[in-house]
Design a protein. Structure first.
Length: 53
């Protein structure tokens, strides 16, 4: 059934970003917080120019 396969594939594609975000946040919440903090500080300090690659 191609329709069922398409629906399942779409559902998986729709759920993947959420699952990835939850997985990443759960495992690496400290790293994400640190990244967000330093990125925000860099953006604020350098007026939108982030020199740290």
């Amino acid at each position: 059934m191609p329709e069922t396969r398409a629906n399942s594939h779409t559902l998986i594609e729709a759920a993947t970003p959420f699952a990835t975000a939850t997985f990443g946040a759960g495992l690496f919440w400290r790293q994400w917080l640190a990244f967000g903090y330093y990125f925000y500080q860099g953006q604020t300090r350098e007026s939108g120019t982030n020199k740290t690659v």
